[in-house]
Ligand binder design. Structure first.
Ligand SMILES: Nc1ncnc2c1ncn2[C@@H]1O[C@H](COP(=O)(O)OP(=O)(O)OP(=O)(O)O)[C@@H](O)[C@H]1O
Ligand SMILES: [Mg+2]
Length: 592
């Protein structure tokens, strides 16, 4: 294991180090107690049963002891009791610690994902993040809860009984270990093959799960295109492949137990024959035979378990590194705490020769030398074809990404120097496909801010969403399903509008925000927006050009450059790109 990996394990285990020390101590005590039980029986066989006595006198440490067979019996029972109690405490401790570690790691990844910037979310598919939070943390908890302690306990048990066997009879011990080594080799080969097959079956399972979730998620599209038969066939193939790989795993796992059982019986038979015939000068007392037979029976399980658990260790290492590969990327953490706090915002927004591309090593600039200024209370519109860079400008105002060249100023302050929390508090966005959380409409409007019913209702009225809310059985307490799927896209936009009206930010940004709302509702919302934007700075993006004719300034974007700017009237008079766009938009309307 690399140093880095050990460090990472240590970091995760550190808060629980005391518990682990206790667990290790307990497991050593349990091992010694378990190994001493056959020794007690050996003493009874050799000292009491053969001599047919009940009580025996020993002299040890210069003193004489009288020990009865009943006393040994009581000790035996006590040992079993202590072992069980310690085992119970240990199991409780390990499962609590494992769960705690899983919870803590989940929290860490989740907190990271919350603090990470948009660039991180761009490059990390949500499925991947999900797998880190769920299955990888689970692998880790299994490691701490089960694998680590079991490996430690098994290995220490093997060591303890090996020492006792060597002390009792080294020649017999060598024979035992000779055969055990053969078994270790066989187990190693079989578990390796089974693990290989198991990993293939895991890949097949991931493929199956991805396919199923996509097919269920896209059920509507599948029906629309009437491709159920093809999808069914594909599903059958993937599911059969998965089943085949599982069977292969069993093919290697199933015979191993039988083979090992055979070797164990063989070894027991050899011990009995050697002892009975006193082969190779091996003299062995009856009690010792009992100890050997017991130890051999108890030796096989820990050995095979340890070999199997090596895979568990490897899995935990992979999961641990996958988790850390995500949370170690501190470059993606957004700094919310530093920078100037801004209280009262006038709303003057200025872009000065801004150059931007999403990735530093991309060849082409997405925005080229963008300069414009919006005075407080002004409203501007961004216009241009798909992919021109309109949303990108909005992303930069929110400082979702850092620009490569130029400056963006809010009230004359570079937004790089403004505290992110405080900056975003003053900006309200309504996007084309707003995200609705599962919860009530009220919760969706207030988000994490506590608001009174009156405040929420006022926002709903401003967003012209009253008719829509009234049509719901429970009004503002109607539950939104996952991702707001029980609402139409237009209704979701209305909720998003109510959200920013409730927030009442200093800068309004609407990116295709009314694209899915019918024209009469749109006109109603427009009135509210007009009213508000008279006092606030606002940026609109709309493909329906009729909605922006009244704005103070229109910026026309083409391939990341501002090619024209002015009012609607001025731009039409110049007969340039905008007037062409507008005319084709108008023609498309009249041809409907
Ligand atoms: N997260 C991203 N990572 C990399 N490239 C991106 C990203 N988002 C957008 N782009 C690229 O930036 C360019 C501008 O995209 P942008 O979203 O700003 O267009 P737009 O003008 O808003 O278009 P639309 O009208 O379709 O919404 C496009 O070429 C797009 O491929
Ligand atoms: Mg866009």
């Amino acid at each position: 294991m690399k140093n880095k990996t050990i460090k990472r394990f240590y970091e995760i285990a550190k808060p629980h180090i005391k518990t682990f020390v206790m667990i290790i101590l307990f497991s050593i005590i349990i091992d010694i107690l378990a190994a001493s039980r056959p020794i007690l029986v050996k003493n009874v066989i050799d000292e009491f049963m053969q001599n047919k006595v009940e009580v025996k006198e020993f002299s040890k440490f210069g003193r004489n002891f009288i020990i009865s067979v009943n006393f040994i019996g009581i000790i035996y029972i006590l040992i079993v009791l202590i072992e069980n109690v310690l085992d119970f405490i240990m199991m409780k401790l390990t499962s609590i610690t494992g769960e705690k570690i899983m919870h803590e790691t989940r929290q860490r990844i989740f907190a990271f994902a919350q603090k990470a910037n948009i660039r991180f979310h761009d490059k990390t598919p949500s499925g991947k993040l999900f797998a880190r939070i769920t299955s990888d943390t689970e692998d880790l908890s299994i490691f701490f809860e089960d694998v680590l302690v079991t490996v430690f306990q098994d290995v220490s048990y093997i060591i303890v009984i090996s020492i006792i066997m060597l002390k009792l009879n080294w020649k017999l011990s060598l024979i035992v270990y000779g055969i055990v080594m053969i078994c270790v080799f066989i187990t190693y080969i079989f578990t390796k093959k089974a693990n290989l097959a198991y990993n293939l079956s895991k890949d097949a399972r991931t493929r199956l799960n991805t396919f199923l979730s996509e097919a269920i998620y896209g059920a509507k599209t599948i029906k629309i295109f009437n491709i159920q038969k093809i999808i069914n066939k594909e599903e059958r193939e993937i599911a059969e492949d998965h089943a085949e790989k599982i069977v292969k795993t069993a093919k290697y796992e199933a015979p191993l137990a039988q083979i090992l059982f055979f070797f164990m019986c063989l070894l027991l038979a050899i011990i009995i024959v050697i002892s009975a015939k006193k082969l190779w000068n091996i003299e062995i007392a009856l009690g010792e035979i009992f100890v050997f037979i017991t130890y051999i029976r108890e030796l096989f399980d820990p050995i095979t378990r340890t070999l199997e658990n090596i895979e568990g260790v490897q899995e935990a290492v992979v999961s641990l590194n996958k988790i850390y590969d995500i949370i170690d990327e501190t470059d993606f953490i957004e700094d919310f705490s530093s920078g100037k706090e801004i209280e009262n915002v006038n709303g003057k927004l200025e872009f000065k020769n801004v150059w931007f591309k999403y990735n530093d090593n991309d060849e082409n600039w997405v925005l080229k030398d963008i300069s414009f200024c919006i005075e407080p209370t002004q409203t501007i519109a961004l216009v241009g074809k798909t992919g021109a860079g309109k949303t990108t400008i909005i992303n930069l105002v929110n400082r979702f990404y850092e620009i490569q060249k130029g400056e963006i100023l809010l009230d004359g302050i570079n937004i790089k120097d403004i505290n992110l929390n405080s900056l975003r508090k003053h900006i309200g966005n309504v996007l084309q496909d707003p995200f609705i959380f599962s919860g009530t409409i009220k919760e969706n409007i207030e988000l994490s801010n506590e608001m009174s019913e009156e405040q929420v209702n006022e926002a709903i009225d401003l967003a012209s969403a009253r008719d829509f809310i009234n049509s719901l059985q429970n009004g503002i307490y109607e539950q939104a399903h996952e991702r707001g799927e029980n609402f139409s896209v237009g209704q979701k936009q209305l909720i998003a509008f109510a959200r920013i009206f409730a927030l009442n930010p200093d800068i309004f940004i609407l990116d295709e925000a009314t694209a899915n709302i019918d024209t009469s509702t749109e006109q109603l919302i427009q009135k509210s927006i007009d009213k508000l934007s008279r006092e606030k700075t606002a940026i609109f993006i709309a493909h329906r050009l009729s909605t922006i004719v009244n704005v103070d300034k229109i910026l026309v974007l083409k391939d990341g450059e501002i090619i024209e700017q002015g009012t609607h009237k001025e731009l039409l008079e110049t007969h340039g790109y905008y007037s062409k766009l507008y005319n084709s938009y108008y023609e498309s309307l009249s041809s409907v």
